[in-house]
Ligand binder design. Sequence first.
Ligand SMILES: Cc1cc2nc3c(=O)[nH]c(=O)nc-3n(C[C@H](O)[C@H](O)[C@H](O)COP(=O)(O)OP(=O)(O)OC[C@H]3O[C@@H](n4cnc5c(N)ncnc54)[C@H](O)[C@@H]3O)c2cc1C
Length: 637
Amino acid sequence: MELKANVPSGPIAQKWSKHRFDMKLVNPANKRKFSVIVVGSGLAGGAGAASLAELGYNVKCFCYQDSPRRAHSIAAQGGINASKNYQNDGDSVWRLFYDTVKGGDYRSREANVHRLAELSVNIIDQCVAQGVPFAREYGGTLANRSFGGALVSRTFYARGQTGQQLLLGAYQALMRQVGAGQVKMFSRHEMLEPILIDGRARGIVARDMVTGKLETHLADAVVLATGGYGNVFYLATYAKGCNGTAIWRAYKKGAAFANPCYTQIHPTCIPVHGDYQSKLTLMSESLRNDGRIWVPKKAGDTRPPHQIPEDERDYYLERKYPTYGNLAPRDISSRAAKQVCDEGRGVGPGGLGVYLDFADSIQRLGAEKIGEKYGNLFEMYERITDEDPYKVPMRIFPASHYTMGGLWVDYNLMSTIPGLLVGGEANFSDHGANRLGASALMQGLADGYFILPYTVGHYLASTKLEKVDESHPEAKAAVALVEGRLKSLLSMKGKRTVTSFHRELGKIMWEHCGMGRNKAGLEQALQKIPALREEFWRNLNVPGSADDLNQSLEMAGRVADFLELGELMCLDALEREESCGGHFREEYQTPDGEALRDDQRFCHVAAWEYAGEGRKPIRNVEPLVFEDVPLQTRSYK
Ligand SMILES: Cc1cc2nc3c(=O)[nH]c(=O)nc-3n(C[C@H](O)[C@H](O)[C@H](O)COP(=O)(O)OP(=O)(O)OC[C@H]3O[C@@H](n4cnc5c(N)ncnc54)[C@H](O)[C@@H]3O)c2cc1C
């Protein structure tokens, strides 16, 4: 497989503007002759579908929720980065570019990251124009706060509901186009297979989740903006429905899967509290602006926090990383929390927690001010734990939160299947081995509002496409494949529920491919997962039928894909014999426990190619070159 990144030539700061000029345009009068399928209505898909329709393309947009407005992006709490430098604190496009390359531990493509930093500025303007109610200073200017991995305040926010407000903006734009007849919206439709004709993406097979009907939808190009696959860990901060099915089925049809093992474990989540829990809750990173993280100095100290005097507390992030302190990046903060818990200094039930304490800030700023900034997060925490964070420190622990891996895309966001473009968390594009906080919303909206509208047009203008219809053998074969899979899932009538398989897979992944990974553990996982998958296909029980609403059937299809994707993640983690960002191989660390990269052997993207059922996938490599941010050891000390 050839991985052509198609990065434009020239100085990095001019690549995108040069490329925008070089790309082909579709005559405005011809745009209505083209159709585009967008799978996903979150920030990336919603923004992309609205923008493509606004240009005049005929768009069909799909989501599995009952409304595009319920895409998982709505859950995003803390904020969105942009290098506006409103704070006059030294920010610039270059600094955001630099922070993101460094934050990703030098495993991202420089040109993509620079474009992201450039576009961050436009995103804020676009969203303000839409009426997104960003927080403002007393004088009316937009407010900012800090997020991990940066020494400037560049995060724009709307209380703890930034994703919701941004999504309402994208949703308005989308619904305007639905009203205008330019977008046809298919809610409660799940894409179960891409359709390739003459090697190009030409459509999808989708299941109407209410009637069970399988539908064929064809178009001139297909965009996947289907979010991340972090629910492979079962317990995660994602919405329960998030899954990897769309990208996994595309992978099995020829789209390379890049860096599947790069997953983000977020340091500040409410700890697991029971065996039957079905998901975890994030406490936004923004809380680290004012909260201080600590554990008792002594192992096994079970005194309540207020009885532990100041000099018996270890503010371990402030101690280890004095420059960044509580705002050290997520991978580093998560590992540090694991480390103190492994030393027996964790707090709460099972010792799997650390304190996030607001006492100092409340004393300094007053409870009212803290409430203004984080009120809804404090309320959420209290409802779940029955503890009042204005009075006692929050207890937090790391949890699966984001996937930096995803379908490989070139500079145009084109996958290795021509005509299949990928945006948002579903692609691998910008974050390397660790995503900085508040950069996912930025990337999703950059892809949707500002990149896909150009690159989809460029593809359509430079490609000759035959007319196709549902009777095409490839379309029929894709439907037959889906029918066969649904039938197999329903016909086993075994003894175990889909949830029990998912939970077991999640435990394997967390134990062997979570915050710490090692050769022996990954090899064990690579034995355990195929055995679990074998049992799944023998002993699964899916009640009901395929002819109406059947949530067990929906979940079964997604878990079947997680059982394959989890294996690829472990394989990728095993073959990457270095530590970088969120991928921490315990064998490769510095004497003081930091990630030890091996730039000689692994300064590349690993893009996996499906080789057929039962065959080991092929590991292809896209070398990464760092010309503008020279390779160096990442330090936040
Ligand atoms: C709790 C939480 C808080 C977060 N807070 C922040 C934050 O403050 N700042 C930040 O930058 N990032 C944050 N993130 C990350 C960020 O929210 C996500 O990375 C981002 O919203 C993903 O957007 P997306 O458009 O790529 O995908 P999503 O919003 O996940 O949307 C996916 C879309 O694809 C559709 N879809 C998926 N599969 C199919 C299928 N097979 N068929 C049909 N439709 C399908 C879904 O219905 C949905 O419409 C947070 C994440 C979590 C979990």
